[in-house]
Design a protein around this ligand. Structure first.
Ligand code: C5P
Length: 402
């Protein structure tokens, strides 16, 4: 779950600092990369040597460490992480954060960052309950800082109450919660969408009525669940999904090239209405009317079948390959046969006869076809269709945040 995630850990000067060593170890076990920052006060409780040995990283300590500035500036340090964790967060560090003070490395990083920040407060019970600390806490929460703990218990100073740093397992759970973008985070999806345009000559082309609405809705539903999406679209009228890597193409051949160049993806959804044929020899010159009235002869060539070639890849095949089948007759029979012929995992079949107004419209009526058979979905908006499909994808590829 934390595999590959980058944690910038600021170790403040409190007795709980020794627990931060265990935090580093547990984070590393979960695959996180920890970059440690030790405050001057923190270095009274744990040594830079032990922090560096456990994290396997250089320990950053001084704002004006010229070495560090030439290697990696403090702004970059504050941005390179996925999250900044302050554990233990002392009353002093909380006060600095609440006031925007930047007079040492830790406070400067906290002011300069654009990443989520999680603090694990740890201090004497009276210090915790002091109005100043509670005021700072409220301000930090208002600023969007995430807080875990403190817990209640007996303290190193001999008193009892709230102020012990949260358990390491709770800190790790909180880090996971803050970083959890959704069940499809860290998954890469490829979505094709819209029509293709196949040129006849420089001014004319063959097109179809696809609006790209269904493909865009699917990309949006994937993005909303934290996925990374490469969206390859023909000249569609629908809005492009914000947050996707958008690749605009015109022809089926260009779409095929873009799909091949997209690299590894966990699932591919082919919602585009790709032209089956292109015009052979469509060149730079406009086809002219002839004086004799002879009609131009258009010769068609077959386009690459993108869905089929991705489905039948020997290497680098996505775990799930999903196609659409726009049919006008015998929808279920034809789509069931198409799933087998193409070799894809799922087919979403729809009746695009003119009276259904599905092509270009806002609703869809899908029959979902998989190895287990055909499942008729009620007529619903393209937005709802996308969510229903993406929920099925989550069942196969989703991360349950455990
Ligand atoms: O073969 P047919 O066009 O009926 O199949 C439809 C499905 O195949 C859709 O998912 C469409 O995106 C995909 N397709 C493709 N490349 C083609 C033709 C269709 O990826 N050349």
């Amino acid at each position: 779950m934390l595999n590959g995630r980058k944690v910038l850990l600021i170790i403040g000067g409190g007795i709980a600092a020794y627990k931060s060593l265990d935090l580093i170890r547990k984070l590393a076990e979960k695959g996180a990369k920890v970059t440690p920052v030790l405050t001057q006060a923190g270095s009274n409780f744990v040594t830079a040597l032990s922090v560096s040995a456990l994290s396997g990283q250089k320990v950053y300590q001084d704002l004006f460490d010229l070495d560090a500035e030439s290697e990696i500036g403090h702004i970059q340090l504050s941005r390179a992480a996925d999250i900044i964790v302050v554990a233990p967060a002392t009353a002093d560090l909380m006060a600095k954060m609440a006031n925007g003070t930047a007079n040492d490395l830790a406070s400067t990083l906290l002011l300069a960052t654009d990443k989520p920040v999680l603090i694990a407060p740890s201090m004497n019970v009276q210090m915790w309950h002091h109005k100043a600390t509670q005021r700072n806490l409220a301000r930090l929460k208002g600023d969007g800082i995430h807080v875990v703990g403190p817990d209640e218990g007996s303290m190193a100073c001999g008193e009892f109450g709230l102020g012990r740093m949260a358990e390491i397992s709770d800190i790790i759970d909180s880090i996971q919660n803050v970083l959890w973008a959704g069940p499809l985070q860290s998954r890469h999806f490829l979505v094709t969408s819209g029509p293709t345009h196949e040129p006849i000559d420089p001014v004319r082309y063959i097109a179809n009525r696809s609006s790209g609405k269904q493909g865009a809705a699917i990309a949006n539903a994937l993005l909303a669940r934290g996925a990374q999406v490469t969206f390859i679209t023909g000249p569609a009228t629908a809005d492009r999904p914000t947050g996707a890597n958008i690749i605009e193409i015109e022809t089926a051949a260009e779409m095929n090239t873009a799909v091949e160049a997209a690299g590894h993806c966990d699932a591919a959804i082919f919602a585009a209405a790709v032209a089956d044929w292109h015009v052979v020899g469509a060149g730079q010159s406009k086809v002219k009317k002839t004086d004799s009235g002879a009609l131009p002869q258009i010769e068609f060539g077959e386009n690459p079948d993108i869905l089929r070639s991705v489905s039948q890849r020997k290497t680098n095949r996505p775990e799930l390959v999903i196609g659409f089948a726009a049919e006008t007759d015998n929808v279920v029979e034809n789509a069931t046969a198409k799933r087998l012929k193409k070799g894809c995992d799922w087919i979403l079949a729809n009746d695009v006869s003119p009276e259904t107004e599905i092509m270009g419209g806002d609703t869809n009526q899908i029959t979902f076809i998989s190895e287990s058979g055909a499942e008729k979905w009620p007529e619903m908006s393209k937005f709802e269709t996308a969510n229903r499909l993406v929920n099925k994808i989550v069942e196969v590829l989703g991360d349950a945040n455990t």
